[in-house]
Design a protein. Structure first.
Length: 81
């Protein structure tokens, strides 16, 4: 992830920012956990402002999202955070 982004990123983009993005912004176990935390935080706030019942399906218990050995993109998609 880092090498593919570093080559095309702006010179003002730090290596730390790219590493953070690779760590949290890809569909794998770590990235999914990060996004789930953001989602739960949003749902907690939204519950206070609506009469709708809001809930989240914890799909992590159904399947995991490890990197594939082939790096074929199935679980290695970059996200626009």
């Amino acid at each position: 992830c880092f090498d593919s982004i570093r080559d095309s990123a702006s010179v003002t983009t730090s290596n730390e920012d790219i590493l953070d993005y690779c760590h949290h912004g890809t569909i794998n176990n770590i990235g999914s956990e990060h996004l789930n935390k953001r989602l739960f935080k949003f749902i907690d706030i939204a519950r206070e402002t609506t009469l709708l019942k809001l809930d989240v399906l914890n799909d992590y218990e159904i399947q995991s999202c490890e990197y594939t050995g082939l790096k074929d993109g199935r679980h290695y998609q970059l996200l626009n955070l």
